[in-house]
Ligand binder design. Structure first.
Ligand SMILES: NC(=O)c1ccc[n+]([C@@H]2O[C@H](COP(=O)([O-])OP(=O)(O)OC[C@H]3O[C@@H](n4cnc5c(N)ncnc54)[C@H](O)[C@@H]3O)[C@@H](O)[C@H]2O)c1
Length: 240
């Protein structure tokens, strides 16, 4: 299987969990660090990077049964000030990279007979927050991509599922807490409770290992009936 964003946070937790479960893992990221399995460094905002990652997995394993796009980043700004290059980069990484990975891996996923495509989308694939126009748009897009892949893949045994977590304890969120603390002149603890976790009914960050466990389930035999619908783990965010 192939996992992107494997150098940090949720992607690293997924690579570690699946390697421990016995999967042959290709870990890819800009900087892959000491992620488990076969390591491949690539810029996934490029077509060549995505092609290279799929080719490296096929070369290493001779087959590809699962693709798990995770790599991502956030940019927060009001729409009138939103940097256009940031918009392009977010759409390239969060939406176009999963599309390219699916396209390039499709023949191998068909051959697998039970191919799985599980993307880490976000609760922002289903609801919006202000100042995150690119992120929310790209995450909504990738939920739509999974719905389409689920329909196209059904007759080939390929499933496609977006996992939609609320806030997870990773460097991406820790940076947002630090930035907002500075911007609002508040302590980091107060930013976490009053700003970050405000939309959560349950006032707790999700742990990366919990997201990894959900992905492990979706890739297991027991997860085979999940396709084309978001799997939401949002601490009650969308219950309101
Ligand atoms: N942390 C959260 O609260 C949260 C919640 C919901 C969804 N997500 C999603 O989960 C995914 C992982 O987020 P995380 O919190 O683990 O973040 P993270 O910053 O810890 O990890 C993201 C990884 O993506 C990699 N990356 C960035 N640009 C890249 C590029 N051009 N090419 C290849 N790799 C690149 C980074 O190097 C990094 O290792 C993202 O798609 C994010 O949107 C995160």
């Amino acid at each position: 299987m192939l996992v992107t964003g494997a150098g940090s946070g949720i992607g690293l937790a997924i690579a570690q969990r699946l390697a421990a479960d016995g999967w042959s893992v290709l870990s890819t990221d800009l900087k892959v660090g000491d992620a488990p399995g076969t390591r491949f460094e690539a810029d996934l905002t490029t077509r060549g990077g995505n092609r290279g990652a799929v080719d490296a997995a096929l070369e290493a394993f001779g087959r590809l049964d699962a693709v798990v796009p995770v790599a991502g980043f956030q940019h927060v700004a009001p729409v009138a000030d939103f940097d256009e290059d940031r918009w392009d980069a977010i759409v390239a990484l969060l939406l176009t990279s999963p599309f390219l990975l699916a396209k390039y891996a499709w023949p191998a996923l068909r051959e697998s007979g039970e191919g799985r495509f599980v993307v880490i989308a976000s609760i922002h694939g289903l609801v919006a927050s202000p100042y995150k126009s690119a992120y929310v748009s790209a995450k909504h897009g990738v939920v739509g991509l999974c719905r389409t892949l689920a329909l196209e893949g059904a007759e080939h045994g390929i499933s496609a599922t977006p996992v939609c977590p609320a806030y997870v304890r990773t460097p991406l969120v820790e940076m947002q807490i630090a930035d907002q603390a500075k911007a609002h002149g508040m302590s980091e603890d107060r930013v976490l409770e009053d700003v970050i976790l405000a939309p959560h009914a349950v006032k707790r960050l999700i742990e990366p290992a919990e997201v990894a466990a959900t992905v492990a389930f979706l890739l297991s035999a027991e997860g085979r009936s999940f396709t084309g619908a978001p799997v939401t783990m949002d601490q009650g965010w969308s219950a309101r």
